[in-house]
Design a protein around this ligand. Structure first.
Ligand SMILES: CC(C)(COP(=O)(O)OP(=O)(O)OC[C@H]1O[C@@H](n2cnc3c(N)ncnc32)[C@H](O)[C@@H]1OP(=O)(O)O)[C@@H](O)C(=O)NCCC(=O)NCCS
Length: 178
């Protein structure tokens, strides 16, 4: 039994737990929107169908608790998004990269700040990870703000390295020593 898969986290309004197979049909109605994919890597596709949901859940459970800590986020019992980390490799194996997304119907209520704050606490208190990295596309000021509100500092800016759906932008790099 992998202890991580039993993990339960709570914020003031949300419950977080590792993804389960039974979540697969719940994901497309929340994730199938260009508003999320526009701000994420191609690993978060659009359209986001049930096959994509299945890939997400399987991927999240492969290495869970060792080199991946991925959570489904529920508000009032309803799936509203996700947050999680992926461990670095080689000389960066003590670090992890943070990612998060929410159903646009719930943007602007401070939920991302709440869940990323709890994710940071969890990674600091309950894993061996010592540093968190996050990256944001240049056209995503809301995400930069979430990182600033949860203790990250901007560490760099890579100009013109992101091309998504034909549009070019910068990549903002953030870090947090735990
Ligand atoms: C980024 C995302 C998670 C934010 O979720 P959220 O719950 O709306 O975030 P919060 O409400 O906690 O905080 C958003 C902050 O950004 C600010 N903000 C929102 N839009 C903004 C804009 N266009 N310009 C500047 N600030 C903006 C808000 O005012 C708020 O800051 P404040 O509390 O100081 O007022 C959500 O927009 C999302 O899922 N986006 C798509 C996926 C994504 O971008 N993931 C992150 C990849 S790096």
């Amino acid at each position: 039994m992998n202890d991580f898969l039993d993990t339960r986290l709570e914020t003031a309004r949300c419950r977080l737990r590792p993804w389960r197979m039974e979540d697969i049909p719940l994901i497309p109605p929340v994730a199938n929107t260009r508003e999320i994919s526009w701000n994420t890597s191609f690993r978060f596709p659009h359209p986001f169908d049930e096959a994509a949901a299945e890939r997400l859940v399987h991927w999240s459970r492969d290495g869970a608790g060792g080199d991946k800590w991925q959570f489904a986020v529920f508000l009032g019992g309803k799936l509203v998004g996700s947050c999680g980390t992926i461990r670095g490799t080689d000389v960066e194996a003590h670090t992890a990269k943070v990612g998060y997304w929410l159903d646009p119907a719930h943007w602007g209520k401070g939920l991302a700040t709440e869940i990323v704050g709890e994710l940071v606490r969890y990674m600091r208190d309950e894993t061996v990870i010592e540093q968190l990295t996050a990256v944001c596309f240049g056209w995503n000021p809301a995400s930069r703000r979430v990182l600033e509100k949860t203790g990250f500092r901007q560490e760099g800016l890579r100009r013109g390295v992101v091309r998504k759906w034909g549009k070019l932008t910068d990549l903002w790099i953030y870090g947090l020593l735990l």
